[in-house]
Design a protein. Structure first.
Length: 313
């Protein structure tokens, strides 16, 4: 069989696109190009412009790693794409003005570089960096809006004094919408249909991961309601998405040692994201920036680090 340069180029392009789609699926700790494509369709259903940003950001993150000579296996697994995807989407959503898309795409490229840098620093610890590069970079660029005219923070993201903050608990909760919105908020979406499609993508990759996501959502919805969280925030899914990521990470993805109590520790970790989300959101009120996935990172780091000393967990 004769392999031509043209066929090699096509194969290389297909592999690159698959790696980019895996970058989208890796947002939920999954290495699956079809799942990444389903996720992209879910985002497209919510907003075509956001879907374009997500896809371009995945390509930019993957391309940055490839041009920079990154590890080929890590690139093909999508590990240089997911932080770029989240950074690009977040900046496109939380910034406004004529430079919004440019900043978002440049941010996606920087996220790829920051991912490489933090990979180096966390390599020997055995603790994954998760979405920390995206969180830090997004916070820095959003806060730059107070000093740089080119950065325009969205008008509803305004600093609030803690003394004037009032917790409003009341009103009806659409539990079905809350359930699917919790999944959708991983990609900044409060659309139940998009959330449902994301669940489809999860189950396509692994039925166990899908079940963990359902369990994490159900448990934290009940806990957030019991603890007296704002009903509007529960309905929007803002207490669910960090829990989904956390239970998947602790119970499944980073449970390579098949720890006997990983299932229970995953549930506990997911529940812990509720007060941590409330706390981090309160810390950030004076700055007017969202908590993003920091509760997921903190809770996952806590349990994975504890597992180094308490191996049965």
């Amino acid at each position: 069989m004769i392999v031509t340069d043209e066929s090699l180029q096509k194969r290389s392009l297909v592999n690159f696109l698959k790696a980019s789609l895996r970058g989208i699926s890796q947002v939920v700790l999954i290495e699956n190009a079809i799942t990444g494509f389903i996720f992209l369709i879910a985002i497209l259903f919510f907003s075509y412009s956001l879907a374009i940003i997500a896809f371009l950001s995945a390509i930019i993150g993957t391309l940055t790693a490839r041009v920079g000579g990154g590890d080929e296996d890590a690139i093909n697994q999508g590990l240089f794409g997911f932080n770029s995807v989240l950074t690009g989407m977040a900046l496109a959503l939380f910034l406004s003005g004529p430079h919004q898309w440019i900043i978002a795409l440049i941010g996606a490229a920087i996220a790829g570089i920051l991912t490489a840098a933090l990979t180096y620093f966390t390599r020997n610890s055995g603790i994954p960096m998760l979405t920390f590069p995206y969180i830090i970079l997004t916070w820095f660029l959003l806060l730059a809006s107070y000093r740089l005219k080119a950065f325009n923070l969205r008008s509803d993201l305004i600093p609030q004094g803690l003394a004037d903050w009032k917790l409003t608990v009341g009103g009806d909760i659409n539990w079905l919408h809350s359930f699917f919105n919790g999944m959708g908020q991983i990609f900044f979406m409060d659309n139940p249909i998009s959330g449902f499609l994301l669940f489809v993508g999860l189950f396509w990759a692994s039925w166990k991961i899908g079940l963990y996501a359902i369990l994490g959502t159900a448990v934290t919805l009940a806990l957030a309601y019991f603890l007296g969280a704002d009903h509007d925030l529960i309905s929007a899914g803002l207490y669910g998405y960090n829990a989904i990521l956390t239970i998947i990470a602790v119970s499944k993805v980073f449970n390579s040692g098949h720890h006997p109590l990983a299932f229970i520790s995953g549930i506990v970790a997911a529940c812990l994201t509720v007060p941590i989300t409330a706390s981090v959101s309160t810390w950030l009120l004076p700055f007017g920036v969202p908590a993003l996935t920091m509760p997921f990172v903190l809770c996952t780091w806590l349990f994975l680090a504890a597992r180094k000393v308490l191996p049965k967990f």
